[in-house]
Design a protein around this ligand. Structure first.
Ligand code: GLY
Length: 365
């Protein structure tokens, strides 16, 4: 079998600069507490390698994936700087490793991360706290964000592993809160909702990484879409399937003619800003919805997913084998300083969606 040596084997990339992966594990650089090894996207490179290992059977991918998994042990030791995105960090790395190889060290890492996530649950407000207080002293004790829907999968996994229902109870309580407080009547979702951390009452919501309060940040729509269908697949609760479909209908109704997804569905026409991450994540969710609905409904979701993926492939992919990332038009937030660049998780969800269509995927989340 042909040997593969992933170029970024020793790195934990978040993006590519001039076509070359950066490295969040680079110790020669000074990082803020949650920017370096604790950066929320640090699981995606390992996840891509596990997906490739599963699809090809090549051992080199597994060996490379374990490098980032092991480096991330330092995050547990430091503890400070960890946040609710322990799901994004350890599901595609440690949990994937355990699922595919039965590695007991990986199971321990996954359970450790799940307990940290469960520890962020506010039992009065029934939500998982997203972030820690920032450098500017913003009080985030009552902040929950739609992105957390993907982190819940760590708790569903921990429940299945340990049979301790607290993990599933916390995940479902958070998902129920998100259904009630994040999903608007038209199927769009809010990014950040602030609750009173003492009483649990909703205080307000914020536009977050989107264009403005009340707008619809497209990656947030995809986190909701994919997150709710995954919650349905893990629990069988019909309300989660209905919610995923509701968000999907809103998303599909807003896909522009060219199939390219903006940063926010309510952003001004100029400047033209895209977010390929939103398209790739939504495609994964739409494919899963297609697999969960009756035969006559499937085509609606599947054809929307294929349209998104084809547009990415034809218009935004850099297939030059010398560059480290392939999707070129991503955006961390509407008001970010830089736009239309690469992000490792865009590539990861794009790969995941393609493998789903080929039938060579595995349960990553
Ligand atoms: N989870 C953070 C983001 O989507 O940017």
């Amino acid at each position: 079998m042909e040997q593969v040596v992933p170029r970024s084997r020793e790195k934990i990339p978040a993006t590519a600069i001039d076509g070359v992966h950066d490295d969040r594990s680079d110790t020669s650089r000074e990082w803020n507490p949650d920017d370096g090894l604790n950066w929320w996207t640090n699981g995606f490179w390992g996840g891509m390698l596990w997906m490739m290992y599963h699809a090809t059977g090549k051992e080199e991918y597994a060996q490379a994936a374990r490098i980032s998994e092991e480096k991330m042990d330092q995050c547990f030791e430091q503890y400070y700087g960890l946040h609710h995105d322990v799901g994004f960090m350890w599901i595609p790395t440690a949990v994937a490793d355990y699922r595919l190889t039965g590695n007991e060290d990986s199971r321990r890492r996954g359970m450790h991360a799940a307990n940290l996530l469960a520890g962020r649950f506010n039992p009065v407000g029934k939500f998982i706290r997203a972030w820690n207080d920032g450098a500017n002293d913003t009080d985030t004790r009552g902040w929950a964000i739609i992105d957390c829907m993907l982190n819940l999968n760590l708790l569903y996994w921990a429940y299945k592993e340990s049979r301790d229902p607290r993990f599933r109870q916390i995940a479902m309580a958070h998902a129920d809160t998100a259904m009630e407080h994040f999903v608007r009547g038209d199927g769009s979702v809010k990014h950040i909702v602030e609750f009173n951390p003492e009483t649990g009452e909703e205080v307000c919501d914020y536009g977050g990484q989107g264009y403005a309060p009340g707008s619809s940040w497209t990656r947030g729509q995809s986190w909701g879409l994919y997150g709710f269908i995954l919650s349905y697949l893990h629990t069988g609760r019909e309300a989660y399937l209905d919610t995923a479909k509701k968000i999907a209908h809103y998303f599909m109704a807003n896909i522009p003619e060219d199939g390219l997804i903006p940063v926010d569905f309510r952003q001004p026409a100029e400047p033209v800003l895209y977010d390929d991450t939103a398209a790739a994540i939504a495609a994964c969710g739409l494919i899963e919805i297609a697999g969960a609905v009756p035969e006559l409904e499937k085509e609606l979701y599947l054809s929307a997913a294929v349209k998104l993926l084809k547009s990415l492939d034809e218009k935004h992919c850099d297939w030059n084998g010398n560059t480290d990332c392939f999707l070129t038009c991503c955006s961390s937030a509407y008001h970010a300083a830089k736009h239309n660049h690469s992000l490792v998780y865009a590539d990861s969800y794009f790969l995941e969606a393609i493998l789903k269509l080929r039938g060579t995927d595995f349960l990553l989340w």
